[in-house]
Write a protein that binds this ligand. Sequence first.
Ligand code: ADP
Ligand code: ZN
Length: 772
Amino acid sequence: MNGPSPDPAAKPESEPPTDQTQLELGLSPPPDPAVHAVERSGLWVAEVAVDAPGRDSYSYAIPQTMAAALQPGDGVEVPYGRQGRLLRGFVLRRHDQPPAKIRLKAVAKHRPDIHLPPQLLTLVAWAARYYRCHLGEFLAAAVPAAVRRGVQMRAERRLSVAAPPPDSRSLTPRQAQALGALAEQPAGHFTYLEAMALAGVGRGVINKLVAAGALLEEAERQIHEIHLPVKNERFALSDEQTIAVQRVAAALAPSRHEVFLLYGVTGSGKTLVYMDLAQRVIQQGGRVLVLLPEISLTPQLAARFRQRFPRLAVWHSGFSAGERSEQWQRVAAGEVELVIGTRSALFAPLADLGLIIVDEEHDGSYKQDSDPRYHARDLAVVYGMQLGIPVLLGSATPSLESYHNALQQRYTPLTMVKRPLGGQLPTARLINMREESQAQGRFALLSLDLVTRLRQGRERGEQSIILLNRRGWSPIVSCTACGHTLMCPHCDIGLTLHRGESRLRCHYCGHEAGIPERCPACGKAQLSAKGLGTEQLESLLNTAVPGMRTLRVDADTVARKHGHAQLLARFAAGEADCLVGTQMVAKGLDFPRVTTVGVIQADRGLGIPDFRAAERTFQLVAQVAGRAGRGEQPGEVIVQALDTDAPALRCALSLRIKSFYTEELRHRQELRYPPHGGLVRFLWSGPREEQVQAQAEAFRAAVTPALGDSLLLGPGPAGIAVIKDQVRYHALLKATSRAAAQATLNRILPLAHPLARDPVRISIDVDPLSIS
Ligand code: ADP
Ligand code: ZN
């Protein structure tokens, strides 16, 4: 898997892999036409990053037929390994000189339709080295599979009734009847299959109607998106907005690299600042990249940008293969001025980038939690430096890393603390649920204050958002007789009850089971559900506030394509009074009629053994609180918790951001955690604990002599010791800085070879966000 990556900028590999040499020496028979082509040209060599583990790149001869056209960044197919299997890859460089070894295998296929701009190659090469991922694998992750496979978007053939309808005397009665039925359809458009079903006829009749000109056929290559309604946002900028825009704009014209950290309270109008700057760049002929943390934020923000920038591409993983491919090609062809999307949009093949904007820069979903484990915000800063362009990071709750960088004057701070609509920041109330339970004389999940406020809001036609960061009905099902808890058979984690579907589910591996009547341990029929999830919360709210219409937004309800956008569109249209959900409802949403925000079990995340627990809780609570009172009506935030003294909660609600950050930074410095230090996490997994443990310990033994002043903590069992039948061990490297961590990796990784042996796998997480 992850091996130490040699410097991609270093001397090219001039030798082909050994197994390939054998093939060329005639040890294996298959006469490869490509090889013959080489012998005649033999002059030019392409270095290709192949989509397979191994070295970063291999050398291939460029056949004469491709010699003129083949460019760095082009997609190719090349024979690889003993069998000469064709693999996809990208040309990194070409050398127009004879290869050291004349009998190189040749590039088999040139795919000029898939071209990465050279600056993107440079970025990916840097990232592969930094995140210790093989270059070919990183490229495979950066370019959607659909693009590499050359998937074409299928044009959908759609029919509509011609207007005016043709003389029906030219039609048979059957055809005329079918046409009549279709003409009455309100939709106006149908596929062939729909038309057959609607008119109750076979394909022959439809074909005749098309031939007669009674039905019009058009092929549509439409990327399906949900368009949320948005207001027109051509406002004059506020004073704070103007200053922020001017500061960044000063770096635009000379195209100077500078990183800005825009701290703007929720509702201070950061989006308008982004749009104004984007417009300036585009007017100068440049292109703009806007990154957002999550797919859930895309529909609303994308709609706001689309209003202003018609030549925009939305980029996230919710599209079909054909749509992604189409999108990629449009961007590559220069048809798009602004790309707005989630972390992978960083790798959109945009040329002439003039500005990168990272909204909600603190958000953890910028970090990919599978290999390659890159952080899109950090890479955006690197990209900006490589391109010599400004990067704008925005947030109401900056990450400690960025805050620290601003303190150190590496980033330029910009501040907006007013809401331009004149709206007050919401007032906040912290409710201690222990006291509440005593007052109510029973175990209370909802406080009377919250319920009263929701009732009043509903009567006034206002909306509300309630956050509980846990989905399902109950996270625990256990036996009241023997205490046994129902566990996932594949993971070291309890099963969550989903009552609506009568299922038990593992949220880690997806394992599902029916609900047993009796305890599998003691056989008594005394299983009971404990703990609160969003599904149950929704039902509690429906009982507590009669007549309040709720919509639930969590991973279970948004699973369908564009499910999230549809739910938000319904909320925006006023089809519901209350949005109940997980952290998906916390971020970025701008619904002016929302006056009440409730947070249930707000301190739950503080119990997680992770040095970022307080930071995350602070951010989540401050963000969701910012959804209240964005319109004319003042907002109120009601936060329920057991530990109402927690500084993370108190500071989030009083917006005492500085005191929280100062204290938290001091804490991190004491413990040498980021931003005061660099971390790398190693995670081993495999089917048998002895093997996993042995390999983790062998790694430790091998690297210890070269650790220098870095520390290696562990290895030991990971927080969740088993996932998907794989036993997990981890170890944490602590260094004095990120650079020191890289230097340590350079020293220690070559000592541990191979890094892991089958069936154990190792994953290296540079700058991990989660260490539990
Ligand atoms: P943020 O992203 O900082 O939370 P938004 O960009 O969503 O804030 O802005 C909050 C609200 O204020 C939006 O409804 C937006 O249209 C409005 N707004 C922003 N700037 C202005 C302005 N200069 N004049 C009037 N309304 C504005
Ligand atoms: Zn599981």
